[in-house]
Design a protein around this ligand. Structure first.
Ligand code: TSJ
Length: 640
């Protein structure tokens, strides 16, 4: 052992803790794919944001270094470096103890939520090295870890010092461990969008982003002094506005509540919840507190000004939110999360606090802004009207079309009735559908060919959606109904297939179809995505047949480039333009056979993204559309 300062009484537990992280990384960061990798940066940045929330840092620098490491720096007080329990500098507790924080920490709004906020020690455990520089008390103190363990000797009980300074702050540089992560290339688009979101949620914070991995480094300054009002502006940039942005804040039960919302001329709602700067994909008590209170208020107003008469029934919650874009951001001293992905806020006091502040402030605003009140109520009236006709349409459709299990015209069902082993492939085009029907294992694989482009459900009203032949067939094949703002008939326990696999060509049209299908699932059957039932088949782009050696399928241009570089000798290259070009054996090997195929499991962010870009994709401007699809169609993370 190189030195005696590295290990002491507490290091046994440290080793055990860090070993647990390295053995089961997914438990701590969600996955070992690109998403989990990016989480390392978010986790470190969240610490700097905490320092900002505590009132001490107003600038954060995030740099993706040319060598593949990441640097995060703030101008806060600097992590304490003085001796802590058992002769360890406090800084080492932060980086080696799971769930550190709280002990010597008087910041009451620690970001801790779900997979996030797991502690800098997790990042440390999953990095080949992590280097720390703390500027405080006049010195720059240095520390360094390898695979989570400290490698520097203390000097008279102090961390080694790199020099003197008048500044204060913390700087971390780390390199993700490539024996843990499938890939170690941070995804700039995801990181930028997360940093931008953080800037919206912290209007007094400036974040400097730089990507030095590319030839001409990209530098971006994220500063959003308008806060969540700016966030709403961005979310609504492409929409026709119906009201001004309504903004209010307040606090109750030691919880800070901040809300901004605006109505646009569209038939859906987009209500986003954040707790301590973390997005709550599954919503939670802050959202329900807002919704319940808002519905009550709007029904009271509607009766007061006579929009609803005595005999009329109340507006539903989704009526009064028809066209609403909202951001609800709360700061909670002790958040708890539940749900599939542990992103659903669970604290009952959050519901009460948001409800209280919303009750006071919305009434204060609308009493003074009658035009806005009328606009909102007219959105609600439109919604109620459509809802009532649609309720009829829906009952008609569903009663007329309760199909028996396999009487769906084009569905080639599988023989098994055990949902847990069954798969359904949604295949674009009749010819590919035909080949897939022959190639499949009919025991457990069903094929549903769909023709052309299914309806864009973001644009259509529900009766149009339900009248669409492809969509009707899908709903009936899956067997679990569907849910929409106007009622929920969805029952996931009735789902007939464990995997719903979208199979489309690896080209622009294919990407478009996938986007439309994801939008449909996201809007009408979101549980399918939440519970991980939706997949995208990743057919290969190429097959290489070397004069010596084994044939191989290659899934993107990068793989081909790599193959060209690493492969010596000649080879024949076959390029697949579409699924239709593969023979049955090839289709079986590359796309159908569970042993050899490549599938991407759809995550809720993919679907949200699909939903928000559908409009862009459907628009008439051709250039951005192509660019988007090309960029995203093949960047997908592949889970073999
Ligand atoms: F910058 C950064 F993102 F890399 C980063 C900053 C990473 C990590 C793991 C921590 C921090 C960080 C921590 N910035 N600022 C702090 N502040 C403290 O840890 C701190 C400082 C002073 C006191 C105090 O009570 O005097 C308490 C705390 C928690």
């Amino acid at each position: 052992m190189a030195n005696k300062n590295k290990y002491n009484a507490s290091s046994i537990t440290v080793l055990e803790g860090l070993e647990a992280v390295r053995e089961r990384p997914g438990m701590y960061i969600g996955s070992t794919g690109t998403k989990g990798l990016n989480h390392l940066i978010y986790e470190i940045v969240d610490n700097a944001v905490d320092e900002h929330s505590a009132g001490f840092a107003n600038e954060i620098w995030v740099t993706l270094e040319a060598d593949g490491s990441a640097t995060v720096k703030d101008n806060g007080r600097g992590v304490p470096v003085d001796m802590h329990e058992l002769g360890v500098p406090a800084e080492r507790i932060v980086f080696t103890t799971l769930h550190a924080g709280g002990k010597f920490d008087n910041n009451s709004y620690k970001t801790s939520g779900g997979l996030h906020g797991v502690g800098s020690s997790v990042v440390n455990a999953l990095s080949t090295y992590l280097d720390v520089e703390v500027s405080r008390d006049g010195f720059i103190s240095h520390d360094r870890y390898e695979k989570g363990l400290p490698v520097l000797d203390l000097v008279d009980g102090y961390l080694p010092r790199l020099g003197k300074t008048k500044e204060t702050g913390t700087k971390i540089n780390f390199f993700p461990d490539d024996t843990i992560f499938e890939k170690i290339k941070f995804k700039s688009e995801d990181i930028k969008s997360r940093l931008h979101q953080t800037a919206y949620l912290n209007p007094k914070l400036t974040i400097y982003y730089e990507d030095k991995r590319i030839d001409s480094p990209e530098k971006i300054k994220y500063s959003e002094p308008e806060g969540i009002v700016g966030f709403i502006k961005e979310l609504n940039t492409k929409s026709e506005l119906v009201t001004d942005i309504i903004y209010f804040r307040g606090s109750s039960e030691n919880i800070e509540v901040e809300v901004a919302f605006q109505y646009v001329n569209e038939f859906h709602e987009n209500v986003l919840g954040f707790c301590n700067n973390i997005y709550n994909a599954e919503g939670g008590t802050h959202i329900t507190g807002f919704k319940t209170q808002f519905t009550t208020i709007m029904n009271q107003y509607a009766r007061e000004i006579g929009v609803l008469k005595e005999k009329d029934s109340n507006f539903t919650g989704s009526d009064v939110r028809n066209g609403m874009t909202a951001v609800i951001s709360i700061k909670h001293p002790n958040p708890r999360f539940e749900g599939q992905t542990k992103t659903k806020l669970d604290n009952p006091d959050a519901s009460r606090a948001v409800s209280k502040v919303t009750g006071d402030e919305v009434v204060r605003y609308l009493d003074r802004n009658l035009e806005t009140l009328k606009s909102i109520l007219s959105c609600a009236e439109k919604s109620a009207k459509i809802r009532k006709t649609e309720e009829k349409t829906k009952t008609n459709l569903l009663t007329k079309q309760k199909f028996s299990f396999d009487s769906n015209g084009k569905l080639a069902n599988c023989e098994s009735r055990k949902a847990s082993e069954c798969e359904i492939f949604i295949v674009e085009g009749d010819s590919a559908g035909g080949s897939a029907k022959t190639a499949r294992n009919r025991m457990f694989q069903a094929i549903l060919p769909i023709r052309g482009k299914i309806l864009n459900v973001e644009k259509a009203t529900i009766d149009k959606v339900l009248a669409n032949a492809e969509i009707k067939t899908m709903i009936n094949s899956f067997g679990c109904g569907f849910s929409e703002g106007y009622g929920n008939d969805f029952d996931i326990t009735k789902l007939r297939y464990d995997k719903i696999i979208i199979m489309a060509d690896a080209d622009v049209d294919g990407a478009h179809i996938s986007t439309l299908l994801l939008t449909f699932f996201y809007r009408f059957m979101p549980e399918l995505i939440f519970e991980g039932h939706v997949y995208i088949a990743m057919p290969p782009l190429y097959k290489v047949m070397p004069s010596k050696g084994e044939e191989e399928y290659l899934y993107d241009d990068k793989a081909l480039e790599k193959y060209r570089k690493s492969h010596k000798g000649s080879f024949t290259l076959q390029r697949y333009k579409g699924l239709g070009e593969m023979d049955e054996t090839q289709l079986w090997e590359t796309t159908l056979n569970p042993e050899t195929r490549v599938l991407k499991q759809v995550e809720i962010e993919d679907a949200r993204l699909a939903s928000s870009v559908t409009e862009m994709l459907m628009g008439s401007e051709v250039p951005p559309r192509r660019e988007f699809i090309y960029k995203n169609a093949r960047e997908a993370e592949i889970d073999a």
